[in-house]
Design a protein around this ligand. Structure first.
Ligand code: FES
Length: 86
């Protein structure tokens, strides 16, 4: 969808720009011209940037420990001492 009508910038172009390093409104304005004319697109463009940040943070965070892995550790058999003949 078009985010910035004045400069014909879509949300897809904003996402691509974010991947190329335009991670702030200032950098987005420099790269695509977003919010450089009337400025009405600024809130929507900011929302797209926030979504990009949240998606990249979610992808970078480690997987949470699941209940299955905790249960498996609790069910592991206890080690018994072994008598050594000698
Ligand atoms: S709609 Fe983006 S500057 Fe006008």
């Amino acid at each position: 969808m078009y985010v910035c009508v004045c400069n014909a910038v879509t949300d897809c172009q904003i996402r691509e720009a974010y991947c190329d390093g335009a991670c702030s409104m200032r950098l987005l304005r420099q790269k695509l011209g977003v919010a450089g004319c009337c400025g009405r697109c600024a809130p929507c463009a900011r929302d797209v940037l926030l979504q990009c940040r949240q998606e990249s943070e979610r992808l970078e965070s480690p997987a949470p420990v699941t209940a299955v892995s905790v249960d498996a550790a609790e069910e592991a058999p206890a080690l018994e001492p072994v008598a050594v003949a000698g």
